[in-house]
Design a protein around this ligand. Structure first.
Ligand SMILES: Nc1ncnc2c1ncn2[C@@H]1O[C@H](COP(=O)(O)OP(=O)(O)OP(=O)(O)O)[C@@H](O)[C@H]1O
Length: 251
């Protein structure tokens, strides 16, 4: 059974139809990347899945007892506030030292406990957010644009870490990215959203292609992949976002 299934999900925000007719599901241990331009409803989709946004139409079915770990896109912490990594991980719930150490280790952030949150690099900060989400022992980890602000080697390293989480713990991963053509190569599926599911498919890793090398160089060890939009798909004619068959309207 899928961890989460969306059936014909529609979400209206004020007068804006953010999502229409979205059918989507994620299975145990799967890595799914959702791509889409700004304002395409990606955050609305995640908020619907975690239960923070009510659907206006359609249905969301979650597996019984499903535990979701959420890594927000950003979190601003007052730089003048003294807050160690260890204290941050123990807010609002205290955990045993071994538990936080284990989460930090899985997130690739061992040894950072006593560091100040404000002194962390962008990549370290993301790993701490990842460790914090892992403390819930999630079946599904949801990450909203986790590589925002990271350079390419930093993004590749974080993607490898996330892949490691899946192979160590079997956690399913749902990740959102505003990058339309560059995704985590370990994604089993890529779903392109534009108010509706525009197209979906697998990422392609063509590491030897000149196009890939021009984009990524050779320092990412295959952590990044090109996502080619699958243009061979149909759309519902009643969909307000629909576009001509055979095109992906933002590609
Ligand atoms: N309360 C609201 N009333 C009306 N429109 C809203 C409201 N909240 C969000 N929107 C609009 O809904 C659309 C979808 O927003 P959402 O944040 O889900 O998109 P997104 O794909 O995550 O975008 P981004 O990549 O910029 O984060 C946006 O165009 C946004 O302006």
């Amino acid at each position: 059974m899928s961890l989460v299934t969306l059936m014909g999900l529609g979400v209206r925000l004020g007068r804006h139809q953010a999502l229409s007719h979205v059918d989507f599901s994620i299975d145990k241990g799967e890595i799914v990347t959702v791509v889409g331009p700004n304002g395409s409803g990606k955050t609305t989709l995640l908020r619907s899945i975690i239960g923070a946004q009510k659907p206006t139409s359609g249905k969301i079915v979650r597996a019984k007892g499903l535990r979701i770990g959420y890594v927000p896109q950003s979190l601003s912490i007052d730089a003048t506030l003294p807050l160690t990594v260890n204290r941050f991980l123990n807010l609002p719930l205290r955990h045993d030292r071994e538990v936080t150490e284990q989460a930090l280790s899985v997130a690739g952030a061992q040894g950072l406990q006593e560091r100040q949150m404000s002194a962390l690099s962008g990549g370290q900060f993301q790993r701490i957010l990842l460790a914090r989400a892992l403390l819930k022992n999630p079946d599904l980890l949801i990450l909203d644009e986790p590589t925002t602000g990271l350079d390419q080697p930093g993004s590749a390293a974080l993607y490898r870490q996330i892949e490691q989480v899946r192979s160590d713990l079997g956690t399913a991963i749902l990740m959102v990215s505003h990058e339309l053509h560059v995704v985590m190569s370990a994604s089993d599926r890529v779903v392109c959203l534009n108010g509706h599911v525009c197209c979906h498919g697998t990422p392609e890793i063509v590491a030897s292609a000149p196009e890939y090398r021009a984009l990524f160089g050779s320092g990412t060890q295959g952590a990044l992949a090109l996502y080619r939009h699958d243009h061979d798909h149909h759309h519902h004619s009643h969909d307000s976002h629909s576009h001509e068959h055979g095109t992906c309207d933002h590609a």
